[in-house]
Design a protein. Structure first.
Length: 187
């Protein structure tokens, strides 16, 4: 209810009754719960929550070895962002390529995700993080400190990223997204 600046949320947790929670707000931004498409949720590929069930590092399906998944649809515990999918794509590509040659997965995903948080005109916090909230900055701190609003991050988002996105990332020419190698223990 906008006039009273109160919102009510029905919170449903597994195996519990729905609980209605009241929150007061000055400004509110509500996002609907994320779900995978129906054809995935009802398929044997999905986990109990409806996401494609993969190993969070290799992105290989936990049950079906010839299935690999990336992007919003799968259940690795990363932030669902295009920035994450960008890092996952080469991992899946390299691992499928290794699999075709009869080898084990060679690349692993570190949970990288990124959120550009616009806090004022001309300044952005470029938050980059991986599994467990580990900071995974792409740039040295003196250039872009991912924990502070910076003009450099605004410049990156406004001027540099659009051509990199269209001309490099989407065409698979993005050298900065090289995946981490899986170390093989040799006895
Ligand atoms: C408002 C908003 C702002 C965002 N801002 C950012 C941001 O600043 N930075 C960032 O990194 N990420 C951002 N994201 C997240 C980003 O958009 C997603 O993480 C990313 O698009 C996921 O890519 P994907 O390919 O996995 O899935 P999608 O982009 O959802 O692609 C899935 C595709 O599959 C198609 N599809 C579905 N069902 C079928 C079917 N049965 N047959 C054929 N095709 C089908 C869909 O139409 C869709 O085109 C934002 C998302 C939203 C909603």
């Amino acid at each position: 209810m906008a006039r009273r600046k109160k919102a009510w949320f029905d919170v449903k947790k597994p195996d519990t009754e729905v609980v209605r929670v009241e929150k007061e707000f000055d400004m509110i931004h509500v996002c609907p719960p994320q779900t995978a498409p129906d054809f995935i949720r009802v398929s044997p590929l999905a986990d109990a929550a409806g996401w494609v069930d993969v190993d969070q590092f290799t992105l290989r399906h936990k049950t079906y070895e010839n299935i690999w998944s990336l992007g919003d649809v799968m259940n690795a515990p990363n932030a669902k962002t295009a920035a994450a999918a960008r890092k996952q794509a080469p991992v899946v590509a390299e691992n499928i390529s290794a699999d075709i040659r009869g080898r084990s997965p060679v690349a692993q995903y570190d949970g990288y995700g990124s959120c550009p948080l616009t806090v004022e005109r001309g300044k952005i916090v470029l938050a980059e993080f991986g599994y467990g909230g580990t900071l995974l900055p792409s740039f040295p701190r003196w250039l872009i400190d991912g924990q502070k609003p910076t003009r450099a991050a605004w410049f990156l988002e406004e001027k540099l990223l659009p051509p990199i996105y269209w001309k490099a990332m989407l065409r698979g020419h993005e050298w900065l997204a090289k995946p981490t190698r899986i170390k093989v223990e040799v006895d």
